[in-house]
Design a protein around this ligand. Structure first.
Ligand code: PLP
Length: 387
């Protein structure tokens, strides 16, 4: 295969070396973690060590980590009226979401549609806190879900500020930290989150593993999504995905240990990429540029560019990028994130997302810029490569 350059880390990251090693070591452990014999206990030990590592990444207690089959499942488990706390046993009456959430949150989980309300963002893609305050006044027991960082723009959301408003109104705060983990601090206490979602494959674990993390043990889910055996404290039945959970734990530990170093490297490379992009095509627009963003993400548009065509053109040059959010099935749909930011549909339909990771190199940036020099220049001259 010719040399490839991967710039789609927000869709998924490769397996980290530490996770691969842990996985290899775990595969021969064949017991069921619920079994009491030595084989079972060996598997249980692996799961519990991984739970400690994932808990550390979120600054939580291991007992408050619930392993799930994905970030999507964790979000769906979180978004239910049936969340009880020590001082509130009645169902949550409203769910407020930012309009830029991932599809797995936007569906509203198990809330009835009429109880779900979306909150707007400003032109830079940050949650409108005034709209949140107004919404909170209309509910008595709200659940609020705000992502820590957006998967398309990378814009970091004002989560601690939102959480303070939510708690003052007697509400509960859920935070989808799937894209933020390993890239910005995800301490559940510092964020003010009551529940937090992580996904293994965005931090170098395997696809198909996630976690829902509680800030305190008095937060109780009255209606688990999957019932059966008593695994995960009765909150998520089903024999644990031992190997996947082990790889998640190893990825979480490695991500945390190298976060400062990786963030500094990604930021320097991302800044070079953006400077080069603008030098080649001064009319390029970087969405959310004025806001605090993840160090690895650039979502950009150029008048006249069509994202699907641009993605294919980049691919032919050996560069993997994505058009807006790539979590769905390759379908091209207008980005709900850019629509919420008030970006014109014409510009939004050309949005291309470039996302870097810990293995991105200067050579990757050069390859991206060389590809863009061809595509972007042709577009700017109206050659209609992507028209
Ligand atoms: N939340 C966000 C912000 C995401 O970007 C994604 C996946 O892209 C998810 C949740 C879903 O995670 P998973 O792929 O583990 O279901």
């Amino acid at each position: 295969m010719p040399e490839r350059t991967y710039f789609d880390w927000n869709a998924t990251a490769p397996l980290r070396e530490a996770a691969r090693q842990a996985l290899q070591d775990a595969l021969p452990v064949s017991g069921n973690p619920s079994s009491v014999h030595a084989e079972g206990r060996a598997a249980r030990r692996l799961v519990e060590e991984a739970r400690e590592r994932v808990a550390l990444l979120a600054g939580a207690r291991p007992a408050d980590v619930i392993f799930t089959s994905s970030g999507t499942e964790a979000n769906t488990l979180a978004l239910t009226p049936g969340i009880e706390t020590a001082d509130e046993k009645r169902p949550r009456d409203r769910l407020f979401l930012s309009a830029i959430e991932h599809a797995s949150v936007l569906t509203g989980g198990r809330f009835p549609r009429e109880a779900v309300e979306e909150l707007g963002v400003d032109a830079d893609g940050r949650l409108d806190l005034a709209a949140l305050s107004q919404a909170l006044a209309r509910a008595s027991r709200p659940l609020v879900s705000v992502m820590l960082a957006n998967n398309e723009t990378g814009v970091v959301q004002p989560v601690p500020e939102a959480a303070a408003l939510v708690h003052a109104a007697g509400g509960l705060m859920h935070v989808d930290a799937v894209q933020a983990a390993g890239r910005v601090a995800c301490d559940i206490g510092a964020l003010g989150a009551d529940i937090l979602t992580l996904s293994a494959h965005k931090i170098g674990g395997l696809k198909g593993v996630g976690a829902l993390i509680r800030a305190r043990d008095d937060i109780h889910f009255a209606d688990p999504l999957i019932r059966g055996g008593g695994q995960e404290r009765g909150l998520r039945a089903g024999t644990e995905n031992v190997a996947g959970i082990v790889a998640f734990g190893a990825a979480a530990e490695a991500a945390q240990a190298s976060q400062a170093e990786e963030v500094a490297a990604m930021l320097a490379l991302r800044n070079r990429l953006e400077a080069g992009l603008k030098a080649i095509t001064p009319r390029a627009v970087i969405f959310g540029e004025k806001a605090e963003r993840l160090p690895n993400t650039t979502l950009f548009g150029l008048p006249g560019m069509k994202a699907e065509t641009a993605v294919i053109s980049f691919d032919l040059e050996g560069v993997a990028v994505s058009s807006g959010s790539a979590c769905s099935s390759g379908k091209v749909q207008p980005s709900h994130v850019l629509a919420a930011m008030g970006v014109s549909p014409g510009l939004a339909q050309g949005a291309v997302r470039v996302s870097l990771g810990w293995a991105t190199t200067e050579r990757d940036i050069e390859r991206f810029l060389n590809a863009w020099r061809k595509l972007g220049t042709a577009l700017s001259k109206g050659h209609g490569i992507a028209a």
